[in-house]
Design a protein around this ligand. Structure first.
Ligand code: GLA
Ligand code: ZN
Length: 672
């Protein structure tokens, strides 16, 4: 493995996806001239060039790539070198049709699109590995290459026969005996008992699937998700190891996609030297959601990450691709750095002339020159980031951990009932939003993380409590931690079989409650809850009907046949406490519970004044660098604690009356 500690890069990488191979050479020089003006110092290249650099089975062609690298090296660029294996060349699919994927509906795909290789195709593996090796052999010594970027946005699924066979091998390894498999998948149900490994089939629309995202046997589908994530991870490891043969040091990454459902990123991150990701919020994505995704990407390794892609202006693949308003890209970029990014890279540097991304924003627009609003904003940011290398490698200290677990994500959303609108990421975000608005830093942590580092651990809808997790959480609470959990928690084990004896299973003792039934409310319905202070709020979606077994009630339902029964509870357990929130509370009610949680656990905002600004800091040995950003429409006053300090970006002294307009950013350094 490559470099693991300290700074990954000597400066903030500023640049992005660059595809000069799609352009005539006359343009390359012009690109260099223009990028210089924007202080661009980095380019990610060779991302989708397989067909060009390997025109046939027997031949490689590197002349053009050599020239691109030479040009960038001369300009002193830090190069992010991709391996090109994310889109199959046509010749390969023609000659070996098995390299293409078979989809959920059992349709065998032809040549086309990208992210299209069957991960278990031996032919794909052979050629991908060979290409990565060729590239590393040729360029592994190039000092300008500061990072390897394997493939691109791994994802998707394949349901072909090679995958089915590989799935059986994976299952045999996991379960050892058919009996264990039958038990794990509860195969007595609907008489699904199998007697031979080759009776297992992939769970798709032709077998266990119910529509696109439900299944008759969640246990099988969850195992398939694990298997598919592992299969793609094997593809990554294979290329990584091929590169390592020739390049022992340069960090190796692949670009992830935030809360993307398909891959267990915590497992992936263990195999990556540095996490990188692509951030594409839509016009209506809450800024708290974007912040949460950054925190999740930082949480994967507990280290700074790379922002591999964002658009400087607009998107093409969203339903409504609105322009980023003046200042918005800059504010978004500072938010990214504030939450742990050590690079800011765009997709892409020059706007495509054809195909589906021609309306995707870029640093250089179709007009071809630099006299554009977008370019000016890119150049301004480039100038500012040049002065911020002190940020590299610094931390985001947090006292609150929110658990994010892909197994649970899959299980919760595969389960049939009780409510079709229950979405994992949205539920996690409901809780994250509270901490975000209060400017309380959060780490997004894995289910097998070190809880003892946190004063508060939040685990909403922890439906799947894998073996050992209940014990770890109990230990944490006993030792003084505060655990916040919610409805739809503690229900199944890692195979999606229910913990018998009453919900919330392994959490029941520490929560001091028993949930007897779970009511589901349709979107047009709601219930009400009343807190001990007599104030009433609404709640929706799911309502636990529960009994106290040692816990105290902080709120009871106030309507329907379960009016008067507890819905929000607190239980002292060992030296700590467990809060259980038995329904989907409206925002202000959730705030009220979490206000109590944070006050009790002595967790507070990083600034002592209420504000609608986003305030975050990154910390190095010597200083704390505060990022103060206005993401709301109206002008906001700067918190008083920053008066008298200097804004690093403008150089201005900040006053009692300093205000931030929408998308204004202020950076303040405070020496420790
Ligand atoms: C993804 C891909 C890029 C590009 C962008 C467009 O992130 O990695 O190749 O297609 O989307 O937004
Ligand atoms: Zn396949």
């Amino acid at each position: 493995m490559g470099k693991k500690t300290g700074k990954m890069f000597k400066r903030i990488l500023y640049g992005g996806d660059y595809n000069p191979n799609q352009w005539p050479r006359e343009i390359w020089e012009e690109d260099m001239r223009i990028f210089r003006k924007a202080h661009i110092n980095s380019a990610s290249i060779n991302i989708f060039s397989w067909a060009k650099i390997q025109p046939s089975e027997e031949t490689y062609y590197f002349d053009e790539l050599d020239d691109i690298i030479e040009m960038l090296s001369k300009e002193g660029y830090d190069i992010v070198m991709a391996t090109s294996t994310a889109a199959l060349p046509a010749w390969m699919v023609k000659r070996y049709p098995e390299v293409a994927r078979t989809d959920y509906y059992g349709r065998k795909h032809k040549f086309g699109q990208r992210h299209n290789a069957c991960p278990n195709s031996l032919v794909y593996q052979k050629y991908a590995k060979a290409l990565a090796e060729e590239l590393a052999k040729r360029y592994g010594n190039n000092k300008n290459i500061v990072c390897w970027h394997v493939n691109n946005e791994y994802g998707g699924e394949c349901y072909c026969e090679s995958c089915e066979k590989a799935f059986r091998v994976w299952l045999r390894k996991k379960y050892k005996t058919i009996e264990a498999l039958n038990k794990a998948w509860n195969m007595e149900f609907w008489g699904h008992t199998i007697y031979d490994w080759d009776e297992t089939v992939l769970p798709n629309a032709l077998s266990e699937g119910i529509g696109e995202d439900k299944t008759a046997f969640a246990g099988i589908s969850i195992d398939y998700r694990r298997f598919n994530s592992d299969s793609l991870l094997e593809n990554f490891k294979m290329e990584r190891d091929a590169i390592r043969k020739y390049d022992p040091d340069t960090p190796i990454t692949n670009n992830l996609m935030g809360t993307y459902k398909g891959l267990d990123y915590f497992k992936w991150a263990k195999e990556m030297d540095i996490v990188s990701w692509d951030n594409y919020p839509a016009y209506d994505t809450p800024w708290s959601m974007t912040a949460m995704r950054h925190d999740l990407m930082r949480g994967l390794k507990g280290r700074p990450f790379m922002l591999m892609e964002q658009t400087p202006s607009q998107q093409n693949w969203q339903p409504y691709n609105s322009l980023k308003r003046p200042g918005q890209m800059r504010a978004q970029s500072y938010q990214t750095v504030a939450h742990g990014a050590d690079t800011i890279q765009f997709f892409q540097l020059r706007r495509s002339v054809g195909a589906c991304e021609k309306f995707h924003g870029a640093v250089i627009a179709h007009v071809g020159h630099e006299n554009t609003r977008v370019f000016r904003e890119v150049a301004q940011l480039g100038k500012e980031l040049k002065e911020l290398d002190c940020i590299l490698g610094s931390d985001n200290p947090s006292k609150v951990g929110i658990i994010f677990d892909w197994d649970n994500y899959w299980a919760l959303e595969y389960t049939s009932g009780p409510h079709k609108d229950l979405k994992y990421v949205d539920q996690i975000h409901n809780y994250y939003r509270y901490f975000y608005e209060k400017n309380i830093p959060v780490d997004m942590i894995p289910i097998d993380g070190d809880f003892s580092k946190y004063d508060v651990v939040v685990a909403p809808v922890l439906y799947m409590v894998k073996e050992g997790v209940g014990e770890a959480l109990e230990e944490y609470v006993k030792n003084g931690g505060t655990l916040v959990t919610s409805f739809m928690s503690g229900i199944v084990d890692q195979s999606d079989n229910v913990y018998l004896g009453g919900y919330p299973g392994p959490l029941r003792k520490m929560a001091g409650i028993w949930v007897e039934e779970i009511d589901a409310l349709a979107p047009e319905q709601h219930n009400t809850v009343v807190f001990t202070d007599g104030i009433e709020y609404t709640c929706r979606m799911l309502c636990d009907l529960m009994h106290l077994e040692g816990a105290e009630s902080l709120a009871n339902y106030s309507s329907d046949f379960y009016a008067g029964t507890p819905v929000v509870t607190r239980n002292k357990f060992g030296k700590g406490r467990v809060y259980y929130i038995g329904t989907d509370l409206e925002e202000s009610a959730l705030d009220k519970v979490l206000d109590q949680v944070t006050a009790e656990a002595d967790v507070s905002s990083i600034i002592n004044e209420p504000t609608k600004l986003e305030v975050t800091y990154r910390e190095s040995e010597k200083e704390r660098l505060y990022f103060i950003i206005n993401f709301v429409k109206d002008e906001q006053p700067l918190p008083k604690c920053f008066a008298g300090k200097r804004d690093l970006l403008s150089g201005d002294e900040l006053g009692d009356d300093t205000k931030l307009k929408q998308y204004d950013v202020i950076l303040v350094s405070i020496h420790k």
